[in-house]
Each structure stands twice: as C-alpha cells, then as structure tokens.
Design a binder for this molecule. Sequence first.
Ligand SMILES: C[S@@+](CC[C@H](N)C(=O)[O-])C[C@H]1O[C@@H](n2cnc3c(N)ncnc32)[C@H](O)[C@@H]1O
Length: 204
Amino acid sequence: MDIKTHWENVYTSKTPDAVSWYRPHLEMSLSLIDRAAGGASASIIDVGGGESTLVDDLLARGYQNITVLDISQTAIDVTRKRLKEAAERVHWITTDVTKADLAPSAYDVWHDRAVFHFLTSIEQRVAYVENVAHAVKTGGHVIVSTFGPEGPTRCSGLDVMRYDAESLHDQFGTRFRLVESSKELHHTPSGTTLQFLYCYCRVE
Ligand SMILES: C[S@@+](CC[C@H](N)C(=O)[O-])C[C@H]1O[C@@H](n2cnc3c(N)ncnc32)[C@H](O)[C@@H]1O
C-alpha cells in the first residue's frame, strides 16, 4: 500500500480524537510557535497537520498567514469542515512533503509534529530537509517534533525513527542552529504514554 493510501485509510476509519497522537491542544507546539513567530503576520506552515487543532488555535491567536500541508485529503477536508468559514483564511496543500513544490523562502516558521519520524529512508529525509532549507527564510525557525529515544518503534502500523536532540539536529545540518530541545510525555486517548522530542532550530 502506498503512503497516501495508508493515511487516507487512517483518517476514514478513525475519528480525530481516537488517534494515538491526538491532544485537545498542542500546547508545546503553540508555545514554541508563539516564541518563534514574532507577530501575527508571520508566515507559518504546519507540515502533516492532519486533523489536529493546531490550526484552530493559531487562528484564535490571530495569525494571519497559515498554511497546512498534509498527504491526506481526508484529513484536510475534516479540518476545513470543522473550521467552517475560517478555513478560507488558511492555505491548504495536499501533497507528500518530500515531493512538495513549495515557494522559495516562503515561511518564517516551519512546524512538524510527528511526521519526520515516519521518514525511514535517507532519500526521504534528504528530500524533506532540502524542502525546509528551500522554503524557510534565512533567519526563520524550524520546530520539529519526533518520537524521543524512549518513544515507540512503530506508529499507526508504520515503522518510525526515534531521535534525541543531537541525532535529530544532525539530520538537518549546520545551517540549522539548534536553539532548544525538550521532551514531552504524551498521554494517548487509550491511556498509554509516548515520549516526544521537540527541536527548535533557527535557519542561519
Ligand atoms: C501522526 S500524524 C500527526 C498529525 C499532527 N501533526 C498532530 O500532531 O496531531 C502524521 C500526519 O502526517 C501526515 N503525513 C505522513 N506522511 C506525510 C508526508 N510524507 N507528507 C505529508 N504529510 C504526511 C499524515 O497524513 C498525518 O496527518
């Protein structure tokens, strides 16, 4: 099964709050985005936004230039429907981030929670990082959250990579200056705990 079909199946078979990565609000992401953005006009992309409430919360905070990218059209449709008219204030892109044709230096803030760790081949990771380097402005900010060293080895039926701050930063290289990293214990809707790692980098 190809990756797009996999994710369409996930989102057609589960409600938004039934997936293991669900939280009512992505507090850690919001806090880092608020610090990185430096104002409501910042151009922010949420990569692999899925059906998360991050876009709702960014709109509620007054951000005016938000893009949500996801490989799943189903996830994007569900989120757009939930937002009603407010969805018209968001740019929506349905594509595989490793193949995305993004505008150069388009974003001040790149946010990814729980997407990069699904890239298990070096080719996918190189393509992803090339896209970040291409699409984020110099002086911009990159917030990437993956499973941490004690996180699971599989998620949603797929193999995943686990990272600590050093190994995740190594994937991006020296143009990305690591500003901060932290770990978060996420409590899933089914009652288990998943360790996430957040890295916050600045593009030099
Ligand atoms: C584990 S979910 C995380 C969703 C959301 N970021 C959150 O934290 O609630 C992973 C998301 O990444 C999307 N995704 C997976 N691989 C992708 C890819 N190569 N390109 C774009 N989106 C992808 C999936 O459709 C899914 O919505």
